[in-house]
Design a protein. Sequence first.
Length: 263
Amino acid sequence: MNSSIELISIGTELLSGRTLNTHAQTLGAALSAIGLRLSRDTTIPDGIGIIQSAVSEAFERVDIVIVSGGLGPTSDDITREALVGLFDREIILSPAALEEIKKRYAQRGHAMNPASECMAHILDGAEALLNSVGAAVAQRLDFSNIDLFAEALVKEKKTLFVLPGPPSEFAAILNDHIAPWLRNTFPEAAPLELRVLTTQSIGESDIVTRLAAAGFQALETEIGFYPGSGKVEIRLTASAEKKDALDKVERTLRELLQDHLID
């Protein structure tokens, strides 16, 4: 299984400007802490067809896809139905999730209603991931690409995570279930080494011109430039085994930009 991970956020409200989508930031930070990377973030509206196509296309690129949103009790919460059609699976009730929802309602002095029971539904064959801060259960579904693509000749393991959309619930499922699973699945993963330099009174174009004139090369190191508010942040990253190369690149940059560094 490759370590590339894609995120698909579902919700028309995320595209209307009414709701800020923070899932990529939350997931990206969690993955970086493990030593993995988020390779793509896609936001789509509520719709059976577009959900199915987005998930199918993601699995053509990666082995792990995380989907969020559309697991509530209202008519526009259609993620489960879309996935049922895509994977040809039935929806079943998770007794453990149902029990947790009942407890949550009882703690608040509310009676359960038929609509709330749907939040305990998962796809047949999936593992229920209990939600410690909300009602809707998350789930993990493992399958092979033969299940999804009939023409596939190689049986590769694929994993789909389906999470509720509210940020606090997304983060809870990520921390309680997904991060531990990823650490166990990729025991060799290690956080990248990071160096951050900040400059002022010099623009991006002047920085790259100065570096080019000095013959600067970021060997074995990934470099990114992030301008804003009259400053340019330069981020250097490399794997742990490339720490010496990273240190060398940082020293070189500090020498070349010393008259503009503010950190």
